[in-house]
Design a protein around this ligand. Structure first.
Ligand SMILES: [Zn+2]
Length: 161
């Protein structure tokens, strides 16, 4: 496995729509292994294939303390509620912003063996799933800001209390 470089704005791969995976073969399994390794290496909570330059509908999510989730061809089948959250993205380094996300989502997709899985998620997992599935459609959280002043620079010199 390998740690892959992360594509950052304004790379055009981040703005394209990813294709559905038709066959889960060795190359897809390798891609997923590399995505998981990369996500852990940079302490990300989630990663979508376009962020590592591959336009395929594959995402991984790793909530700290929970088992990693791999989803192939994920789809949001239901969104419920609305809340404001602070969000950042590995592909938009140095910034975070306030966006509206669902309170809970239901997502379906396939696992590494091609088996259909359904996930009911809330809180950070729901946010991560919405964020990563957005990537598959070429959408970034900065597109969802209500206004430009909702985007902030991360300033490491400010105390984190
Ligand atoms: Zn992102």
């Amino acid at each position: 496995m390998a740690i892959l470089p992360i594509c950052v704005v304004p790379e055009s791969v981040l703005r394209q729509k990813s294709k559905k995976v038709k066959l889960i073969d060795g190359s897809i399994q390798r891609l997923i292994g590399n995505m998981l390794e990369t996500m852990h290496a940079i302490s990300g909570v989630g990663l979508a294939a376009p962020q590592v330059g591959t336009l395929l509908r594959v995402i991984v999510v790793g909530i700290p303390g929970e088992e990693d989730i791999v989803l192939i061809n994920p789809e949001i089948v239901r969104r419920k509620g609305e809340r404001l959250v602070n969000e950042g993205c590995l592909s938009v380094p140095g910034y975070f912003g306030e966006v509206k996300r669902a309170e809970s989502v239901r997502v379906k997709g396939r696992d590494l063996n091609g088996k259909e899985i359904r996930i009911k998620a809330s809180e950070l997992l729901a946010q991560a799933l919405e964020h990563e599935i957005d990537h598959l459609n070429g959408v970034l959280y900065i597109d969802r800001l209500e206004s430009a002043d909702k985007l902030h620079k991360i300033e490491p010199e400010i105390a984190q209390l």
